[in-house]
Design a protein around this ligand. Structure first.
Ligand code: ZN
Length: 757
């Protein structure tokens, strides 16, 4: 009879590219016949001698990782239930000890204690012997759970177009078997399910939804739970969010991270499998504010408003359940390395008791950080960003590549995390990376890992102040270069066109009232501001977009004459090509500015209730919000044109729209000393009230002849509707950064100038 059975795993340090080893090679390396060495943990040495022969190298378990770290290529063998996230478990001739479908007969590293002879039954009852071989097995499939966590899903735009052409399960075709095989398959779905959602595969479309049949793709991968912390969850308004939440309820698939109100959105999802208990929490740590749940309205759990509550919850749950998983939709960058704030906050969650911390925002694979039992926060793993699962981003190799984290939980403990690697094809369908591609992906994320116990270089190191120039009385400081690994943008910063200096005494001209009523949304979308390309993905924006449901009334922004009202068609084309702005109203204000006419354009309107030539007074209704022209989600595009009415006469309308009460505008310029505008830089805006926190990231204006700086301010970056208070601005140009403090006063433009060569 078999009294006890022990399974052993072959391991390397976590950040290892090698996936597999052949049994013959393993055996000779174990015996020391060839190198590099395979170390036997002490109990493995005793149990496996009959299977593999006498080991050449034996190491105590506590010294194992350090020993491996010293010798590239060295491996170790230890009991299956002693695995830890700091190790990578290798397959042996393609057989995976972590698989929940493993046939034990296929795994070569098993040892058993058996009794033979006539008195077996009596001997088997001996308490001493039983105790020595307890438990009977160290790999009981009934105590094992495989949890798969995936990256960005947004079945819209290009992905949706392919699904309409090739079938709703098309995205899942290649990877579905592997995902379905997990005991718990997680999806982070960024976009709401909206019945009858129309495919709009235009570059400008940042308002995303999925039609009901797209569920089939998630069904095909065996989705069990859905995290809803994405910042597009309310793209179709609060009503759309309610519809989508009901959709999941009808499907019987639990969700978390969003809810009908803030309390529900932040509530953990608890479940149990094979005796392992789990709690899943998801939160949105980014904009837009419209995506955040409120006390009474649906949306995502906003991380910073529920900061203490979430940390308390993690601490509490870590005592109640085996595995606490927290996922955050964080600031999107397109880099493999996490930002300093990301590292700090993800680590804080781990230390509070989260076994698994996952970033679900990133559209490119990011670093991972495994933790051992004796490290701060104990055993666990931080996955900074998984990249895309089902999303159309074919624009770069990095966005095409994705990670799937396959976590193995055994007997209440996270044993191991496998990294599966995918490559997106045809805008919709991830396939498995080839061995060469996989090696490249793994090397990239391993190289991007932050140093353990230390934070990446701070965005604002304390330099010796070297004032170069000042604007508005704030001294500017040049900071020393930081390593290239902190570079936040892909395209190199460069001086662009020559740029005017600001006038000595620029005057504000907040002449325009918002186009919508106070009870509607009056804030412009943050991810596609004036002169922005939304990260290089879209046409340079000549205005700002204010999202509201279709039919929301629009009002005249000032006393004006309607120069044109109607479709954006020949001979009245206002965009780069006909029907770009759909139904438009073009106003000419009754007051001129510096003897120049001031025009205001509303675009994408549903209805237009004024006529060309008609005079209007401030606040007169002129029509309603729609999505005509190149726009899927309902919004009004607001654009100011000075001097002329051409597409290329655009100025930043947020220097004309009156700030909301208690809010001001940040404007400034980043130029060279010979007066050229910097291109491809970004300004990181940190709030200094209380804890220093990243507030927003503003791209510098794109290089585009059709957009112009204000003649007074000569700005090439701008952020409107900033709450009054103290801020720090950090200009980042590739690996260089420059900072200055700025107090934002309400109701005015607050100016910062960077002169940098
Ligand atoms: Zn627009």
């Amino acid at each position: 009879m078999v009294l006890g059975r022990r399974f052993f795993a072959v391991v390397a340090p976590f950040a290892t590219v090698q996936d597999d080893i052949g049994l013959a090679v393993l055996r000779s390396r174990w015996r020391g016949e060839t190198g590099p060495p395979i170390y036997a943990e002490e109990s493995a040495a005793a149990w496996l001698a009959p299977v593999l022969g006498e080991p050449a190298n034996i190491v105590a378990e506590k010294d194992l990782l350090a020993t491996l770290a010293e010798q590239p290529g060295a491996l170790a063998i230890l009991p299956f239930d002693h695995l830890s996230p700091v190790y990578k478990a290798l397959t042996i001739d393609g057989v995976n000890i972590l698989s929940n479908r493993l046939d034990p007969a296929d795994w070569p590293l098993v040892a058993a204690v058996t009794l033979q002879g006539p008195d077996v039954a009596i001997l088997g009852d001996l308490p001493d012997l039983q105790e020595a071989i307890t438990p009977a097995t160290n790999r009981d499939p009934d105590r094992l759970t495989t949890l798969i966590m995936t990256g960005v899903t947004a079945m819209a735009r290009g992905t949706a177009e392919k699904m309409e052409q090739k079938g709703y399960t098309y995205p899942a075709a290649v990877i579905s078997d592997t995902l379905r095989a997990a005991d718990i398959t997680h999806v982070s779905n960024e976009v709401p399910f909206i019945q009858g959602c129309q495919v709009n595969n235009t570059y400008m479309n940042l308002i995303l939804c999925s039609d009901y049949p797209y569920w089939q793709a998630l069904e095909a991968i065996g989705v069990d739970i859905v995290g809803l912390s994405g910042n597009h969850v309310n793209d179709f308004g609060r009503e759309g969010a309610r519809e989508s939440l009901q959709f999941y309820r009808d499907k019987g698939v639990p969700v978390y991270g969003s809810g009908l109100n803030e309390e529900e959105a932040c509530r953990p999802l608890r479940l149990e499998h094979n005796g392992n208990s789990f709690a899943f929490i998801a939160a949105l740590a980014w904009w837009p504010e419209e995506a955040w749940a409120t006390a009474t309205e649906p949306g995502a759990c906003y991380f910073y408003r529920n900061y203490e509550k979430i940390f308390d919850m993690v601490r509490q749950l870590s005592r109640e359940v085996d595995v606490v998983s927290v996922e955050l939709q964080y600031v999107e960058t397109y880099d493999p390395w996490p930002t300093r704030d990301q590292v700090e906050e993800f680590r804080a969650l781990h230390e509070a008791g989260a076994d698994i911390v996952t970033g679900v925002q990133s559209h490119v694979p990011q670093a991972m950080e495994p933790y051992g039992e004796d490290e701060p926060g104990g055993s666990g793993i931080i996955v900074y960003g998984l990249g895309n699962l089902f999303f159309d981003q074919m624009q770069s190799w990095e966005t095409r590549t994705g990670l799937i984290a396959r976590h193995t939980i055994y007997d209440g403990r996270l044993l191991s995390t496998e990294i599966l690697t995918t490559v997106l094809e045809d805008f919709a369908q991830p396939r498995w990376a080839t061995p060469e591609e996989r090696a490249g992906i793994l090397e990239t994320i391993f190289a991007a890992a932050p140093e353990k116990g230390r934070l990446p270089p701070p965005p604002t190191p304390e330099p010796t102040p070297t004032p170069i120039s000042g604007g508005e009385g704030t001294a500017m400081q040049a900071a020393p270069p930081v390593p290239a690994s902190e570079t936040p943008i892909a395209d190199a910063a460069r001086p662009g066109p020559s740029w005017p200096a600001p006038e000595p005494q620029p005057q504000d001209h907040f002449w325009l009232v918002r186009p919508t009523a106070p009870d509607a949304n009056r804030l412009a979308s943050s991810n596609y501001g004036f002169a922005s390309t939304a990260g290089g993905r879209y046409r340079v924006h000549h205005g700002v977009d204010i999202m509201n449901p279709t039919g929301t009334p629009l009002f005249a922004p000032d006393d004006a004459t309607v120069v044109y009202a109607g479709p954006d068609q020949e001979p009245h084309v206002f965009g780069p090509y006909p029907d770009f702005y759909g139904n438009v109203v073009l106003f000419r204000l009754n007051r001129a500015w510096r003897d120049e006419p001031v025009y205001v354009l509303y675009g994408h309107m549903n209805t237009v209730t004024v006529q060309s030539g008609q005079p209007v007074r401030l606040g007169d209704p002129v029509g309603t919000v729609g999505m005509t022209g190149i726009a899927i989600g309902p919004h009004v595009h607001v654009e100011v044109r000075l001097g002329g009415t051409d597409y290329t006469d655009a100025y930043n309308s947020e220097l004309w729209l009156e700030p909301l009460p208690g809010h001001g505008v940040i404007a400034g310029q980043a130029v060279t000393s010979d007066g050229r505008a910097w291109i491809n830089g970004r300004v990181f805006v940190y709030r200094l009230d209380g804890e220093r926190r990243l507030y927003r990231i503003i791209p510098l204006y794109a290089d585009d002849a059709g957009i112009h700086p204000d003649p007074g301010w000569a700005e090439n970056f701008l952020l409107a509707d900033v709450p009054e208070g103290d801020y720090e601005l950090v200009l980042r140009l590739d690996d260089r950064q420059f900072k200055q403090k700025l107090h934002v006063s309400a109701g005015r433009t607050n100016y910062a100038r960077f002169v940098v060569d």
